[in-house]
Design a protein around this ligand. Structure first.
Ligand code: 0A1
Ligand code: ZN
Length: 877
């Protein structure tokens, strides 16, 4: 394999740079074909820097045209520029200004890193290492500088000129050109730099902070889409108010701008005062966006806004600390959604996501700790482990310290580290200092990969009225980490008596136990409760209080009991999942079907549906059996995705067929003529109704017709798309005509096209691969747009477990060939799609070999990017 330069970066090698940059003056001459960037960097040697130490700046794909220090051009021997940057051989040992002029070509920038052009709009993406594609710089997060940015551009091509901070001046230059000057008073790392120039529409609003600062808000977008930005604006204002209330954090500039662009590698970016968004996370109207889209927009708007304090005001010292800002900010956005919507429903959905994305990563070839200690390509570490597990770790901290103790620590964090680039160590220290606790062992969560397995068994002694729990933990080795340490486990729990109410105890020995939490620090503990009048049913890890896999010896009856009586809604949901999972595993293993247990699950589902106290959104989740990929991981090895698919369908039929009549009745009763609102109550009602519809498609001969009718009569995208997805994925007789209808009905809306692509790629029939290939081969298919590519090929690799892993290997080969092709234009998209292979070591032998062959063939390709070759090397172990 020949690749871009190989290099591994280690945390232990961290050292400050010999020179720092204090302030930056940038002048952009933006024009089609070539943009000129003049940079004046005010640079200082750090104390102790030896005379003659060269200044080494990062730079990629830059054409250097001029270079001077304090106004004097440098002679050729005073500097050297190559493909990785610029070295000034013997810089002055005092404050000086380095001036460079470079030419760049945003038009040909298909990587979408640095300055690029999206649908005519010039925009930037600099995190993590994109700024070096704009100018020569110390492109690392511990270099904090103030930025002043001047832009000139054609008035007609780019009437809107935006950068970070506040607008200082703007005006016409008379020759069809105009300019704007922006200044950001807050020192920031270059990854938070942003610039936008283009012909854009906008909506505006204002927000007044608690202390009376008036902030001008604007969302910029393609002309004609303004109305579709209103929900994002509403979400922004609610986020601003929430951060004041919950964390005491106010916004700090006079303007906050958001720009929606249609070519973007990730979801969105928190650039100071100028967030740039993938337009799929901004645009919403009932006819084209689903309830899930509305919720994602609200969440990501909040996430990027919350970064202003956790990420921007306090940033990361180096990229190993990425979860310092990401884990914490995901935790904050999860709390925001919990406060705005239903806490229980949010927790369940987040755990479903964690198990679907992070657990497989942690249990596969790409496992890494939330804070890794080495990397080859930092772009490959924007992972579920850094984000979602990072958030779980912060959540455990809050659970262990209590909300007040957690808030005290956060207050100290903001007070102590504002304006700094810092580390996980400093983050933990504020909680130690504010609460007088020792978090040395807790830190292991950040340093170690893998999902701990926790085993609990119990015994009751009627004679002495004692109840004993034996709890132990174990984390299996992960790549590069053969030995694992024990982690601190907050185990929220409760004991439930025979009548379904909580049970107390008079004494407890053998562990660290409070009213509702056991804290396990060692490998194992034996905890004995005394004064327990009868055998309780225990409920462990309430609210999913730690990211672990739990094994208990609870019986199916115990679980069904918990599903009815647990006071914790998360564990009520979990209990039903566990019952379903145990049944489906038996079915896959070919064991005789346990009719009694199936009947009991059916009855529990019936009760859930009929309950007068549970809300609709919760019911929708409770009526969802574990997905095929989760079942596969629970089986753990020699996975046959087809066998799992068959078993799961059989279980759905067995459990829900007897309820079909009632389900149809509930489906009708849940219908409503109320005008569409994206709020949690209405969305919950639609979620339950659509869940019933999807179950009926599988379990009831009348289901497909009902779904087709829903598709035709729908008045909003949530209902229309739910019907299309149920039919399209199951590939019933209606699938092809309805997909065709959908495509023409919404022709011209690229975000709806993505929905069509995603469903098309998830169809369960054998013809899907050929159809996906045909879609991709169509000359009109936008081959460089990340949203389109991910919707089609990403969905196939990640969400079509049966057809992607076809035994003949055709699914694997298609994806590796796609990766090789896209890698030449956009390595980030290629590397991300390739992670779909992470399940391969767990597959049964034929599929495993086919996957290995496809991956090995990809490895033979010439010139793979560092992004793709890094994933590939780790994938093949
Ligand atoms: N900081 C952003 C994530 C992000 C990372 C890289 C990007 O481009 C390569 C873009 C966005 C966030 O957490 O939202
Ligand atoms: Zn983030």
């Amino acid at each position: 394999m020949r690749t871009e330069t190989e290099h591994t970066i280690y945390l232990k090698d961290y050292a400050p740079t010999p020179y720092t940059i204090v302030s930056v003056d940038l002048d952009f001459g933006i024009a089609p074909d070539t943009t000129k960037v003049r940079a004046q960097l005010t640079i200082e040697p750090r104390e102790g820097t030896a005379a003659g130490t060269p200044l080494v700046l990062d730079g990629e794909e830059l054409k250097l045209e001029e270079i001077a220090i304090d106004g004097a051009p440098l002679v050729l021997s005073a500097y050297a520029a190559d493909a990785n940057g610029l070295t000034v051989v013997n810089p002055p040992q005092r404050r000086f200004v380095l001036e460079t002029l470079v030419a760049i070509t945003p038009e040909t920038n298909t990587r979408l890193m640095g300055l690029y052009r999206s649908s005519g709009v010039w925009c930037t993406q600099c995190e993590p290492e994109g700024f070096r594609r704009i100018t020569y710089y110390l492109d690392r997060p511990d270099i904090l500088a103030t930025f002043k940015v001047r832009m000139t551009a054609d008035e007609a091509l780019a009437p809107v000129l935006l950068a970070n901070g506040n607008l200082v001046s703007r005006g016409s230059l008379g020759n069809g050109q105009h300019f704007a000057v922006w200044e950001d008073p807050f020192p920031k790392p270059a990854y938070l730099f942003a610039l936008v120039a283009g012909d854009l529409g906008s909506i505006t609003d204002t927000y007044t902070t608690g202390s009376g600062r008036k902030v001008d808000l604007a969302i910029y977008c393609a002309h004609g889409k303004e109305e579709q930005c209103l929900w994002a604006m509403d979400s922004l204002k609610r986020s601003m108010a929430w951060d004041e209330k919950r964390f005491g954090r106010e916004y700090d500039l006079d303007v906050f701008n958001i720009v929606a662009v249609s070519d973007f590698n990730f979801g969105a970016m928190e650039n100071k005062g100028l967030n740039i968004f993938n337009d799929r996370l901004v645009f919403a109207r009932p006819e084209t966006a689903t309830d899930a889209d509305y919720e994602s927009i609200e969440r990501v708007i909040a996430h990027e806004y919350f970064h202003n304090w956790t990420g921007n005001r306090i940033t990361c010292r180096d990229w190993f600390q990425l979860c310092l800002k990401e884990g914490l900010t995901v935790y904050r956005d999860q709390e925001f959604t919990s406060d705005e919507r239903s806490r229980a429903v949010k927790r369940i959905s987040d755990v479903v996501t964690l198990r679907a994305t992070q657990f497989p990563e942690d249990g596969g070839p790409l496992a890494h700790p939330p804070r890794p200690d080495h990397y080859r390509e930092i772009n490959n570490f924007y992972t579920p482990t850094v984000y979602e597990k990072g958030a779980e770790v912060v959540r455990m901290l809050a659970t262990l310290l209590g909300q007040d103790g957690f808030r005290k620590g956060m207050d100290l964090y903001f007070e102590r580290h504002d304006g700094e680039a810092t580390t996980i160590e400093a983050f933990l220290k504020v909680f130690e200092d504010a609460n007088e606790v020792d978090l040395t062992q807790f830190k292991t969560w950040y340093l170690q990969a893998g999902t701990p397995k926790v085993t609990v068994s119990d015994s009751y002694d009627a004679a002495s009225q004692t109840y004993t729990l034996s709890i132990s933990q174990e984390t299996a080795p992960t790549p590069g980490e053969p030995e694992k340490s024990d982690v601190v486990l907050p185990i929220k729990f409760g004991l439930i008596g025979p009548n379904g109410s909580p049970m107390g105890w008079s004494g407890v020995t053998g562990g660290e136990v409070s009213d509702d939490m056991i804290v396990l620090r060692g490998k194992s503990a034996e905890i004995t409760f005394s004064g327990v009048a009868s055998r309780p049913v225990p409920s462990f890890f309430r609210e999913f209080s730690a990211p672990v896999n739990l094994e208990t010896d609870l019986t199916q009856e115990d679980r069904l009991f918990l599903a009815r009586h647990d006071s914790d809604p998360f564990n009520r949901w979990q209990a039903l999942q566990d019952v379903g999972l145990a049944l489906v595993k038996d079915m896959v293993a070919g064991k005789q079907t346990d009719e009694g247990a199936i009947g009991a699950l059916s009855a529990a589902m019936d009760d859930t549906l009929a309950s007068g106290s549970l809300d609709d959104a919760f019911k929708a989740l409770a009526l969802t059996l574990p997905d095929e990929q989760l079942i596969g991981r629970a089986i753990g090895k020699d996975i046959d995705p087809e066998a799992i698919h068959r078993a799961r369908v059989a279980l759905i039929r067995a459990v829900f067929r007897p309820l079909a009549g009632k389900m149809r009745g509930a489906y009708v009763a849940l219908g409503s003529d109320a005008p569409y609102q994206p709020d949690a109550v209405q969305a919950g009602r639609r979620a339950l109704r659509n869940r019933l519809m999807a179950l009926l498609v599988t379990a009831d001969p009348e289901g497909p017709a009902l779904a087709a009718e829903q598709y035709r009569n729908a008045t909003n995208m949530t209902d229309r798309f739910a019907a299309l997805a149920a039919i399209g994925v199951a590939w019933t007789a209606d699938a092809a005509p309805l997909l065709a209808d959908f495509r023409t009905r919404f022709a011209g809306d690229p975000l709806v096209f993505d929905k069509w692509l995603a469903v098309s790629a998830r169809a369960e029939d054998e013809g899907v691969l050929e159809r996906v290939q045909a879609i991709l081969a169509d000359p009109t298919f936008p081959k460089n747009n990340p949203n389109r590519l991910r919707s089609l090929v990403g969905s196939f690799a990640m969400n079509n477990p049966v057809q992607f892993t076809r035994a003949d290997g055709a699914g694997f080969r298609f994806v590796t060939q796609f990766v090789a092709d896209v890698d030449t234009r956009n390595p980030q998209v290629a590397a991300r799609v390739l992670t779909g292979f992470r399940v391969w070591p767990m597959l049964e032998a034929t599929r495993r070999e086919a996957a290995r062959e496809a991956l090995t063939a990809l490895k033979e390709s010439e010139g793979l990017s560092r992004n793709t070759s890094d994933i590939l090397t780790r994938m093949l172990g």
